[in-house]
Design a protein around this ligand. Structure first.
Ligand SMILES: CC(C)(COP(=O)(O)OP(=O)(O)OC[C@H]1O[C@@H](n2cnc3c(N)ncnc32)[C@H](O)[C@@H]1OP(=O)(O)O)[C@@H](O)C(=O)NCCC(=O)NCCS
Length: 184
């Protein structure tokens, strides 16, 4: 897995802290399937870090993708057009749940996550999905800012939902977005 992670990462001296870069303007987004499980796993590990308690194994991704209603999207960008972000979501009836979303640190603040979600919104519109839900950790201000910027609103708190490596418990904030409010 480490070798795959190295393949995905941009050279660290290029975009060390993320930020706007023109090499992301032509981002490509494609669907992910079972053969992409290792890529999804490596992206997840790079995005969340191995110590977060939120990086998942290939086995977890394989089971997720095999579940009915679950889809994965992979974003490719940067100068080498490599995988830089991923999104896994599940649709049940007229509701969607975002299962995981991550962008590699070097690629952040280039609207990769925004474009992954926008791509998903298009798919959801075709399926007449009305609402999107997700859980975000209370100690993840970046993700909370991101979802707020995209119009997600907090609807509930799940106390102590996440466990951290130091055994601390962290609340989950449940966010919701009505698809119509994004202009679809
Ligand atoms: C959260 C995450 C997916 C955002 O990805 P991204 O591609 O950098 O996000 P975008 O560039 O599309 O950001 C869109 C907007 O969100 C907000 N935003 C994104 N990152 C932010 C940050 N670090 N601080 C404040 N606002 C931020 C901004 O309003 C931003 O617009 P701007 O860049 O024009 O100011 C990414 O930081 C990540 O992978 N984090 C680690 C994994 C994670 O937490 N996933 C979500 C779990 S629920």
């Amino acid at each position: 897995m480490r070798a795959l992670s190295n393949l995905i990462m941009e050279p660290p001296d290029k975009f060390a802290s993320g930020g706007q870069h023109s090499s992301y303007s032509k981002l490509q987004i494609r669907s992910g399937a079972i053969p992409d499980v290792d890529v999804l796993t490596a992206l997840n590990e790079l995005s969340f870090g191995t110590d977060s308690g939120e990086s998942w194994t290939a086995d977890v991704f394989a089971k997720l993708i095999a579940m009915p209603g679950t889809d994965a999207l992979i974003a490719l960008g940067g100068e080498q057009i490599v995988p830089v972000g991923s999104l896994v979501y599940r649709v049940v009836a007229d509701e969607c749940e975002i299962i995981t979303l991550g962008v590699t640190p070097e690629a952040r603040r280039n609207s990769v996550a925004t474009r992954l979600l926008t791509h998903m919104f298009g798919h959801l519109q075709a399926q007449s999905v009305a609402q999107i839900f997700l859980e975000v950790a209370d100690d993840n201000p970046t993700a909370r800012s991101f979802y707020q910027a995209l119009g997600f609103a907090e609807v509930a708190i799940r106390p102590g939902y996440y466990s951290r490596p130091n055994a601390a418990r962290v609340d989950a904030r449940i966010l919701r977005k009505n698809l119509a409010s994004f202009g679809y």
